[in-house]
Design a protein around this ligand. Structure first.
Ligand code: ZN
Length: 205
């Protein structure tokens, strides 16, 4: 037994030596000694990271005029504005580019990008609306869970940093993994109009 173990140990040592010689970085050096990320392991990376067309958004060369949320806030809730519910200080709009069916945004009516600058009344109203829409999403879609998140500020990933908006996204086991989520490749099972109808019927009560 002992000799078998010793043999195995010697074999392992040899393996380790070989592995050190060919370190992960050295092994992934491609032609001309250039470092390459494993394309077999991260095939989606090219889809996610190589989006030169997005640079114009990053650099803010293209900016829609005015605030889309404020425009929607001025109107009566309708499928046209995607606003499905409105209170004294907050509202719920469907995300025009949903990650999942039932993906909505909850935001204050006030044009404000700083949560700390909301009044108590505005903040409380916002929190109540978040809970109300979560309840509606549970009733309509019966998801396994819900992503609830706020990207506070442009560097934190907010698409429209000037106007606060919480994302509320129903989730089901195995619905999407991280890469399809950020690569915007999700296939949805219902239209925005269908989502609007379903949520409207519950929220208007
Ligand atoms: Zn606004």
């Amino acid at each position: 037994m002992a000799s078998t173990a010793a043999k195995a140990s010697a074999k392992n040592k040899k393996k380790t030596k070989k592995a050190i010689k060919k370190s992960p970085v050295r092994r992934s050096l491609g032609e001309g000694g250039k470092f390459q990320i494993g394309k077999n392991i991260w095939p989606l990376e090219r889809d996610v990271l190589v989006r030169p067309d997005r640079m114009k958004y990053v650099r803010k060369l293209i900016k829609p005029e005015g605030c889309v949320f404020c425009r929607a806030a001025k109107e009566v809730p309708s499928v046209d504005t995607l606003c499905v519910y409105k209170t004294e200080h907050s509202m719920v709009v469907l995300n025009k580019f949903p990650y999942n069916s039932g993906h909505v945004l909850v935001l204050p009516l006030k044009h404000c990008g700083d949560l700390l600058k909301l009044t108590e009344a505005e903040f409380n109203d916002l929190q109540h609306t978040i809970r109300k829409v979560m309840k509606a999403l549970m009733d309509v879609y019966e998801p396994g869970g819900i992503n609830l998140g706020l990207n506070h500020g442009a560097v934190a990933g907010a698409g429209i940093p000037e106007h606060l908006h919480y994302h509320v996204i129903p989730r089901w086991a195995g619905d999407v993994n991280f890469f399809p989520l950020i690569a915007e490749t999700k296939v949805l099972v219902e239209s925005l109009e269908q989502t609007y109808e379903k949520l409207w019927s519950i929220l208007k009560k």
